[in-house]
Design a protein around this ligand. Structure first.
Ligand code: C2E
Ligand code: MG
Ligand code: MG
Length: 572
């Protein structure tokens, strides 16, 4: 080999065998020099996805050198990769050029072989990347998210980066109104908007449906949150072809001190705030902070200590009276749990949401029902007149096909008249739950166990819920009890709910009654039973027993039945 040929050849070999970095422009540059020296006028490498594409001539060409002269083919090589992809390398000479010598032909052949094997690699990587990191609709996927985080972690950490888990709000409504195809366009355009706001380094990866995870430079946080709060997204040229899209999001901006061991650690920081953002009465975008770490520790502790707490009876029943507002007598009570922990009284909202993440809540509810039944049995045995006690049941029970049997077996095992128990249930979020709820309430009604809709007026309450299910009692959440008689809209709604409930034979109980003014509003609209701090706070059983002796309505049970029938009840 001549000395001036050696160096570009060697350089080409070096560049093509460098596994760390594949410097395509430098390779093209050397190939250009070699082509000129070897009197080659054009070199083309073509990728075909498979034999079928090759047959149709449907390939993706890379021209590494082209002198622009009229030329004819002098050498062709072909490689079939293990995945079935075909790569060809064609070399041309200009018309009238001096033909290649035998040693020159050999050199061309070596270059062709190198081109085929080496160019195959980045191409393969690209294809693998597409398959690995993109879903069927062409969206980047969670693997890309993980891979990008892994790379950042390997390069020194995530400081300066922000991760987010998002879910578009009411996106099904967009699909319904604009059609599925336009919905897809909206989804894609919203993703593009986010990507644009994030800059080149940011990625939007789809988890499925309208759920995404984002990773971007914290510098772009303002621009990204603006879009998450709400953006108009077009899906056509017409003025009305536009949808307003916003998202629920859990966001975490990483700083130097953050120790994130692996990509899963990012998920642990963006999912908990996302779950809270999705709940009612919470901001749509929630940032991870120290309180989440404490919450995680607290949740682990609650789950660890719960079994022992039940065993040692550290969870106790508090009773909050329900009062007839005319006579101010007690006509019933709600059983509310309290956890006695190292002498402190822990309210249910501090542990029930944690127990609801698993099955522990169901054990708690059955424990509560059992303890309430035992108290009622004791009152009966001591000759005291009991009132009907309502027990809360989490909606987590709904999937339990034996729920009804379980409730009845606890009541019957304690020899408690079924009419002394009322089961409080809340609204459901899904159609399946709704069907289960309807079935359970129907079964309880047949067994003469009363049921109530708890917290009516918040969350997912719908009129369907009270029309289609045979409840006995409607418990109105404190948020729909107006605090002021002047509050027109609130009073109007309250009046209508009471009227409708009475019309279909439901007893109404107003929860969270705190002021005389609220009592006056209840009187105005005919809501007769109140449960609230104005009368009593939830109290331990001994205090409740004393209260009951002083203030019990004599006609409690008959009264309850009467109200449904005649709309006039608890008159003394
Ligand atoms: P809930 O069933 O709606 O119970 C009424 C809640 O309102 C009780 O809170 C009660 O103390 C509170 N409350 C009563 N009157 C007033 C008032 O005048 N003003 C205000 N601001 N609040 C009032 P508590 O005891 O903290 O219970 C909270 C929730 O925890 C209950 O709401 C219920 O959903 C749940 N819960 C309590 N015990 C159990 C249980 O044994 N099982 C299940 N599954 N849930 C329970
Ligand atoms: Mg309740
Ligand atoms: Mg309630």
């Amino acid at each position: 080999m001549e000395p001036d040929m050696l160096s570009p050849f060697e350089k080409l070999t070096d560049l093509m065998t460098n596994l760390e970095e594949f410097d395509l422009p430098a390779i093209y540059d050397i190939l250009g020099q070699l082509c000129k020296t070897l009197r080659v006028s054009k070199g083309v490498t073509t990728f075909y996805a498979d034999a079928e594409h090759e047959r149709k001539g449907d390939g993706e060409p890379f021209v590494c050198y082209d002198s622009g002269e009229k030329h004819f083919l002098i050498a062709s090589r072909r490689l079939v990769s293990p995945t079935g992809m075909i790569i060809t390398c064609d070399v041309f000479q200009a018309e009238g050029a001096q033909p290649l010598t035998e040693p020159e032909r050999k050199k061309v052949d070596i270059i062709q072989r190198m081109m085929l094997t080496c160019l195959n690699r980045p191409r393969q990587e690209k294809i693998i990347e597409r398959l690995m990191y993109y879903d069927n609709d062409g969206y980047k996927n969670i693997r890309l998210f993980y891979s990008r985080i892994g790379r950042l972690l390997a390069q020194g950490g995530l400081a300066g980066w922000t991760g987010a888990r998002i879910d578009l709000k009411h996106f099904s409504a967009v699909n319904e109104q604009a059609g599925k195809e336009n919905g897809d366009i909206v989804l894609r355009n919203y993703g593009k908007m986010l990507e644009k706001a994030m800059g080149k380094e940011g990625i939007v990866c789809r988890l499925g449906g309208d759920n995404f995870v984002l990773l971007f430079s914290t510098e772009k946080l303002g621009a990204v949150t603006e879009i998450l709060h709400g953006a108009s997204v077009r899906y056509g040229e017409e003025p009305e072809q536009e949808a307003e899209i916003s998202a629920f999001a859990g966001v975490c901006s990483f700083t130097e001190g953050d120790r994130i061991p692996n990509p899963g650690g990012v998920m642990e920081r963006i999912i908990p705030p996302y779950q809270i953002a999705k709940r009612d009465n919470h901001p749509d975008i929630i940032f991870y902070d120290q309180s989440f770490l404490q919450e995680k520790k607290h949740a682990a502790k609650v789950q660890r200590k719960f079994n022992k707490a039940l065993e040692n009876e550290n969870i106790v029943v508090y009773y909050q009276p329900k009062v007839d507002i005319q006579s101010r007598k007690i006509v019933g009570a709600e059983a509310l749990c309290r956890w006695i922990w190292k002498g402190d009284i822990i309210p249910p909202m501090e542990f029930i949401p944690i127990l609801e993440r698993g099955n522990d809540i169901c054990r708690l509810d059955f424990y509560m029902l059992d303890h309430v039944c035992k108290d009622i049995r004791r009152w009966l045995d001591e000759g005291k007149q009991p009132v009907r006690i309502s027990v809360n049941l989490s909606r987590m029970h709904m999937s339990d096909k034996k729920l009804f049997e379980h409730i009845v077996s606890i009541i019957d095992a304690n020899h408690v008249p079924r009419g002394l128990i009322e089961i409080e249930l809340t609204e459901t979020t899904t159609d399946v739950e709704f069907r289960d709820l309807k079935r359970v309430v129907g079964q309880l009604q047949e067994a003469e166990i009363a049921t109530s809709v708890d917290d009516f007026g918040v969350g997912y309450s719908s009129l369907n819920l009270i029309k289609q299910i045979p409840w006995d009692v409607l418990k109105l959440d404190k948020s729909i009890l107006p605090s002021d008689a002047e509050e027109e809209r609130g009073n109007h709604m309250f009046a209508h709910v009471i009227a409708m409930a009475h019309e279909i034979g439901l007893i109404c109980v107003a929860e969270g009654v705190e002021t005389e003014e609220q009592l006056e509003i209840m009187r105005n609209y005919g809501c007769r039973i109140a449960q609230g701090f104005l009368f009593d706070r939830p109290m331990p059983v001994a205090d409740f027993e004393k209260k009951l002796e002083e203030k019990q309505a004599v006609t409690v049970l008959e009264g309850l039945a009467d109200e449904a029938d005649h709309g006039s009840l608890f008159t003394q």
